[in-house]
Design a binder for this molecule. Structure first.
Ligand code: GDP
Ligand code: IMO
Ligand code: MG
Length: 422
């Protein structure tokens, strides 16, 4: 944490690295926690004192009284889902209204955006992305085509603006011959959500953040998704629709690059991916099943099976490069506790060609592995580096040498307490 700076905590692979957990652990060090991209496609799990929460749109700093949480301009927000999420936290005793600000420039996900998401996926057939169905793609597309509605729009003449956009969507859906849908109930809840949002401070959060930084306050930018799902740098077109990388922190919060301090890149000790798209390290055998089972690798948003494989150093090096990662955070090391041998993908291979750099077209590449001795010891109760088994220390040293970046935080279990700072 540096006063007057924005530190970023970014998922640097395919999402679900454990961002929620680490943001929650980091929050006491910061004055402000802000989301800068994505929307309810995110599912960030936080576990402490026997309680478990899965956050979608609300930043993971929300549990710490006295910290300001901001949903930034780069985010997209679904009022009905936001209301459900916020009410759950309120009924658990967290006073959100004093701690949460929402940028007036964040874009609104309409119920018809979600229908369009389904319609576009259906039209893609076997090339479907496997989206979360939350309307993310259609909402960001509309933002880019300058026809979207923003949070600030709910404050004035909203009904007419909503009706006009909804009518456009309905026409689009007719054009796609996608007419078998009914949003009556959903729309009712959505409109209630719009009213509910008016209880919150809808702000020019970009100016607010900059003023706070000028006063020497510190900000933690909470990433959503991961680098390989970034609209520019991910495995396009099998990506999400926002900038999930460090550049997205600047545009998604309205801060200059000179405001960025540390960039924490978070990854798991192995790999997962939800949805379609290239995944060279994917294991289709019982080892993949074992990783899924032990790591509970089922989507926090959709419940889908996460595809599993060994760690991918090609992807990690690439992500460290495009984000300017300064420190690494390794999660879920404990999931590998029982393995005799652990593998790390050190290159990709296709048609006799080998590369250690992320290729333009990641389709069809096979992973080249290096075998590493497992530590075969329970890590979950470990509280300091001094207790690390030698083979675990060796794995960390190997990764640091390959990635040329220090691993400063290690997670050995889902609970807030199971975190080791080095
Ligand atoms: P996020 O989207 O990046 O916030 O990650 P998710 O919450 O979608 O997925 C991470 C999952 O791993 C959650 O179920 C966490 O409770 C769990 N988790 C986080 N860190 C650890 C860890 O070190 N060990 C284990 N076993 N589970 C962890
Ligand atoms: P967190 O923040 C993992 C994936 C979807 C799909 C693709 C596009 O919890 O890490 P979208 O609905 O965004 O248009 O889907 O991106 N995806 C995620 N995968 N974690 C996430 O978020 C994801 N958000 C989107 O599965 O392949
Ligand atoms: Mg998640």
């Amino acid at each position: 944490m540096t006063k007057g700076k924005v530190d970023a905590l970014l998922g640097i692979v395919f999402g679900d690295e454990g961002k929620g957990k680490v943001v929650d652990v980091f929050t006491p060090r910061y004055d402000v926690v802000a989301r800068f991209a994505g929307g309810p496609n995110a599912g960030h799990t936080i576990i402490f004192e026997g309680k478990k929460f899965v956050l979608r749109s609300i930043p993971s700093g929300i549990f710490d009284e006295g910290k300001l949480n901001i949903i930034g301009n780069g985010c997209v927000i679904a009022p009905d889902l936001f209301m459900a999420e916020a009410q759950e936290l309120e009924s658990a005793g967290y006073d959100l209204r004093s701690r949460l600000h929402i940028s007036k420039r964040a874009h609104l996900i309409l119920p018809t955006h979600r229908v369009l998401d389904r319609a576009f996926e259906a039209a893609k057939g076997k090339n479907a992305v496997g989206t979360t169905g939350k309307g993310i793609g259609p909402t960001y597309s509309e933002k880019a085509s300058r026809t979207g509605l923003r949070v600030g729009d709910i404050l004035e003449n909203f009904e007419a603006k909503y009706a006009a956009l909804k009518a456009r969507h309905e026409q689009q859906l007719r054009d796609l011959h996608y007419t078998d849908y009914d949003i009556t109930e959903e729309e009712q809840r959505w409109l209630q959500g719009v009213e509910y949002m008016k209880n919150f401070q809808l702000t020019d959060s970009e100016a607010e953040i900059n003023h706070l930084l000028d006063e020497g306050k510190s900000v933690l930018a909470e990433g959503a998704q991961g680098t390989m799902l970034d609209i520019d740098h991910g495995t396009y077109p099998f990506v999400s629709s926002s900038s999930t990388t460090t550049g997205g922190v600047c545009t998604g919060l309205g801060v200059g690059p000179n405001r960025i301090g540390e960039v924490f890149g978070i990854f798991k000790a192995y790999s997962t991916r939800v949805g379609a798209g290239p995944f060279p390290v994917e294991l289709f055998d019982e080892t993949g099943d074992r990783l899924r089972e032990i790591g509970h690798e089922y989507g926090a948003v959709t419940g889908r099976n996460r595809r599993c494989g060994w760690i991918d150093l090609v992807a990690l090096k690439y992500a460290i490069m495009v984000n300017g990662v300064t420190q690494l955070v390794m999660m879920k090391s404990d999931v590998l506790d029982g393995f005799d041998t652990i593998r790390a993908c050190i290159a990709y291979e296709k048609d006799g060609q080998t590369t250690t750099e992320m290729p333009y077209d990641t389709e069809g590449w096979k992973a080249v592995y290096k075998d590493i001795k497992g530590w075969k010891q329970d890590l979950t109760a470990i509280t300091s580096e001094a207790q690390f088994p030698q083979a675990f220390s060796d794995y960390i040293a190997f990764l640091e040498a390959e990635l040329k970046t220090p691993i400063t935080i290690l997670s050995v279990g889902p609970d807030r307490a199971q975190t080791i700072m080095r």
